[in-house]
Design a protein around this ligand. Structure first.
Ligand code: ZN
Length: 249
């Protein structure tokens, strides 16, 4: 945690400013000269989070911009705090005004929330739950290349939950919509926050029950059954997809 508790986490375009070649946050002073878009104290950790303007194409001397996924992949003790700080910055950027009456929101003095000075409406940080699933059939696992998301990687099927839907039903629907397959028992395996911008990935394992592959062309470029001992290019360590695919959760 060196450098974090006493300093600040500075972000630009979703990336964290660190001392070059380290996973150590640079602190607020390193971002000097850049426009401060937002700044607040993350509770209850008491660390300041700062959103800086400009781009990540250049960094202050002796520093570099780091994707939060690197902290996750390296199992940095800072990963959870960085995810929380970035997720809250993303939420604040989208909630400057009251959704009820349109007046500006201000920070609540005690809670990690914002309130409307005109109508009293309280706005709390939102999380978007998504499901990701490892479908297995006779010892093989189903992996897909997606049309939109990193099209040269094979990964598990995934998607956002619908309002009013259980996570298990969301898994069955996503698998059915994207591949035409029906799955049997759906078992929870773990979760991972993903602050791009505010997802909570809920991971599941499921067994194929029936159907042949019939792909949703606008979502899935290709889907195949793979032997776990002979995998194609998959997402990197640190991602919940990697842990699911390798059976680590
Ligand atoms: Zn209001």
């Amino acid at each position: 945690m060196k450098g974090a508790a006493s300093g600040a986490l500075c972000f630009c375009d979703g990336q964290l400013l660190v001392r070059a070649g380290t996973l150590e946050p640079a602190g607020e002073e390193a971002g000097g000269g850049r426009e401060v878009l937002d700044s607040f104290v993350v509770k209850p950790q008491g660390v300041r989070a700062v959103a800086l303007g400009g781009t990540t194409e250049d960094a202050p001397a002796g520093h570099e911009w780091l994707r939060v996924r690197r902290l996750i992949a390296d199992e940095s003790p800072l990963a959870a705090l960085a995810c929380r700080a970035l997720g809250l910055l993303n939420w604040r950027a989208a909630h400057a005004y009251c959704g009820v009456c349109g007046e500006p929101l201000e920070d609540h003095p005690a809670e990690m929330a914002r309130r409307c000075t005109a109508c009293g409406h309280m706005a709390y940080p939102a999380i978007s739950p998504a499901v990701i699933v490892r479908v297995e059939k006779e010892g093989e696992i189903l992996l897909a290349r997606h049309v939109q998301r990193i099209p040269d990687l094979y990964t598990c099927l995934a998607g956002y939950l619908e309002v009013g839907e259980s996570a298990e039903d969301g898994v069955r629907r996503e698998v059915r919509e994207e591949t035409g397959l029906e799955v049997g028992d759906v078992v929870y395996a773990g979760s991972q926050p993903w602050p791009y911008p505010n997802q909570l990935m809920l991971a599941f394992k499921a067994r194929w029950a029936s159907g042949e592959l019939a792909l949703q062309a606008d979502e899935i470029a290709e889907a195949r059954w793979f032997d776990p001992a002979d995998l194609p290019a998959i997402p990197p360590p640190g991602s919940v997809a990697y842990r699911l695919i390798h059976g680590l959760i």
